[in-house]
Ligand binder design. Structure first.
Ligand SMILES: O=P(O)(O)OC[C@H]1O[C@H](OP(=O)(O)OP(=O)(O)O)[C@H](O)[C@@H]1O
Ligand SMILES: O=c1cc[nH]c(=O)[nH]1
Ligand SMILES: [Mg+2]
Length: 209
């Protein structure tokens, strides 16, 4: 199994509690997801390569560090993954954003694809797939398969809450993908929702319930 990293920074955990709370409305829910995504992005990009450059401070010339030109692609799984994009773009403004539209059929719980638009140089980018919820893992696994079919070679998955079932499924299907999550919850219920979870992330973000 590839690495699963639990991001248990106190700020992330604190904000996640308010995200889970059913009394948190859409405005606060959106803002908190954006903030947590930014904090998580800091960890997910920890292995970005650096190179040495020369700069001039007001005092003298010195060697300094800069990101070594490795390009990043952020790929949210629509809809809910969109909520994590702006926070990440604040830290990596040069990243390009691809979109994969999937919804989970409520009867079969299988993902259904309805949209895909990716940067043309996807194979040269470090891809971070975002989706707050990793439940059965079907949506994330299909999105990653699609990315690989389109040429992506370096892929990480970033979610907020993962069920053990989803972690196992994605890890089995994609041995080469590291997964980052802020929580590993107990289980799925009979409708495929994460317990305790946060409910339906897309509906809470966009007020569609
Ligand atoms: O791991 P899985 O069992 O596949 O479930 C997780 C998926 O379900 C949710 O999306 P949903 O189908 O509700 O679409 P939405 O984001 O448009 O609401 C969620 O955002 C994930 O994409
Ligand atoms: O708990 C869950 C499971 C799938 N999708 C969600 O939005 N929430
Ligand atoms: Mg939804």
């Amino acid at each position: 199994m590839k690495k699963v990293t639990l991001i248990n920074h106190p700020l992330v955990q604190h904000k996640l509690s308010f995200i889970r709370d059913k009394n948190t409305g859409s405005k606060d829910f959106r803002e908190l997801i954006e903030e947590v995504a930014m904090l998580m992005c800091y960890e997910v990009t920890r292995d970005m390569p650096l190179e040495e450059i020369e700069i001039e401070t007001p005092i003298c010339t010195t060697k300094a560090k800069a990101l070594s030109g490795k390009k990043v692609g952020i790929v949210p799984i629509l809809r809910a993954g969109l909520g994590m994009v702006d926070g990440m773009l604040k830290l990596i403004p040069a990243a390009k954003v691809g979109h994969i539209g999937l919804y989970r059929d409520p009867e079969t719980l299988k993902p259904v694809e309805y949209y895909c638009k990716l940067p043309s140089d996807i194979g040269e980018r470090d891809i971070i797939v975002t989706d707050p919820m990793l439940a059965t893992g079907g949506s994330a696994a299909d999105a990653i398969t699609l990315l690989k079919q389109r040429g992506a070679k370096s892929i990480k998955l970033m979610c907020l809450i993962a069920a053990p079932e989803g972690l196992e499924y994605v890890s089995e299907q994609h041995l080469d993908v590291d997964i980052y999550t802020a929580a590993i919850d107990e289980k799925l219920n009979d409708h495929g929702y994460i317990v305790p979870g946060l409910g339906d992330a897309g509906d809470r973000l966009f007020g569609t319930k």
